[in-house]
Design a protein around this ligand. Structure first.
Ligand code: ADP
Length: 220
């Protein structure tokens, strides 16, 4: 399999941590920032590190930006630069573009420009931590769509202990599918319906958000 190649424009905390993660995963990463100090921090980490103002279309062309599989626009405060760079990157024909939005208006413009994935790291992390504070038993979750999610829920109610999924009539009663059961360090993938649950087990379930949340509430 050929290595995936990425370009990251803007090396703040967000762009920088994406770069580190991609490099650790074995990808090739070009980073561009107009700040020399930021580029110096990454010149031994990234595959290629270039000091440049990405608002200059000729620079983007010279770097062959259109040949990258994926471009991440991680420019922070400067919304005007983020929009202009996004416009040029899309016009140059990059297949997949991820861009960071500072606020809802910025996100709307990025979406109109055809950005494939708009992210709001601070807002999204705030939502995640807020939900985590509300529900102590929902250890983690992933939204699959606006209506469906996967979540890991710890069994803290005695009502479920020593009962199997079959005996609980789990799927029809809670409208959820159990993908895996974690018991301490061991993870049972595709668990048998006859496996009896223990206090502290966590269930990885998939289903409609309201059903996941209703099940989670039974734990409190
Ligand atoms: P974060 O919140 O991710 O830390 P920052 O605003 O600190 O975001 O970082 C954004 C980075 O983007 C900075 O390093 C800045 O120099 C860079 N940047 C901003 N505008 C441009 C541009 N036009 N061309 C290249 N890099 C840019």
């Amino acid at each position: 399999m050929t290595k995936q190649n990425f370009a990251i424009i803007g090396l703040g905390r967000f762009g920088g941590s994406i770069c580190q993660t991609l490099i650790s995963a074995g990808a090739e990463v070009l980073v561009i920032d107009k700040d020399e100090a930021r580029i110096n921090d990454y010149k031994n980490i990234a595959t290629q590190a270039v000091i440049a103002d990405a608002q200059d279309e000729n620079t983007l062309k010279a770097l062959g930006i259109r040949n990258f599989d994926h471009v991440v626009i991680a420019i922070g405060e400067d919304i005007q630069a983020s929009i202009l760079v996004t416009l040029m990157v899309k016009e140059l024909g990059v297949k997949y573009v991820t861009a960071k939005a500072q606020n809802e208006y910025h996100a709307r413009v990025l979406t109109k420009l055809g950005v494939d994935k708009v992210v709001h790291p601070e807002r999204d992390m705030g939502v995640r931590i807020g939900r985590n504070l509300i529900s102590k038993n929902m250890l983690d979750y992933l939204d699959l769509s606006s209506d469906i999610k996967v979540a890991e829920i710890r069994i803290t109610s005695k009502k479920f202990v020593d009962k199997s999924l079959e005996a609980l009539n789990f799927r029809s009663k809670y409208a959820l599918n159990v993908i895996a059961i974690r018991r301490e360090k061991k993870v049972e993938i595709a668990p048998q319906a006859t496996m009896a649950l223990e206090l502290g087990d966590s269930l990885l379930v998939v289903g409609r958000k309201k059903d996941v949340d209703n099940f989670d509430k039974l734990m409190e």
